[in-house]
Design a protein around this ligand. Sequence first.
Ligand code: HEM
Length: 167
Amino acid sequence: MDESVGVLDGLWMWLEALPLSARIGESAWFPFLESIHVVASTFLFGSILMLDLRLLGRASVSHRISRIVAEIVPWTLAAALLAVLTGFPLFSTRATHYAHNIAFQIKIVLLLLAATNMLWYHLRTARTIASWDTAPKPISAARFAGMCSVFMWIGVMLSGRWVGHLL
Ligand code: HEM
């Protein structure tokens, strides 16, 4: 547990003192929201893994990458939105505790890295996709993006799991 007093601690204390945060933390809303958070996170992870395995040339190699992206990424983004919409109320119940929770800190850093990796792939690497869209083994930049994504999202899931187990 990180004992330092952060600049945002005033904000976290304000957030957790809100009547709604207390209501969620002291009722069945917490396990209900956490259950949806777990389902959304698992759906997000599973759908991203399908694309990453294609980028690594390990699955669906007979399908064009652009088609897999077009059919899967909208679902991934919907699951991510649901994970954020359920994660924030969970966080608000004990904001100061979670903000200083090392597993939560690692999860948020990995989430930001995974989002950056995804954006870099879609905005930079995929610019040349026309030349490798059907290739069973895509270009090294695409494979690298796929590999980074797999490890970062495994890290998000594992650190997320640990959040509730660190006092
Ligand atoms: C968008 C991607 C996200 C993924 C994939 C994700 C994944 C997870 C996972 C797997 C857990 C463990 C659940 C369990 O097994 O009990 C978890 C817990 C948690 N997540 Fe997330 N999460 C995401 C975003 C967020 C965000 C944006 C927040 C808050 C701002 C958040 C707040 C929390 C909290 C507070 C817990 C711990 C609840 C407890 O005390 O048990 N999550 N998350």
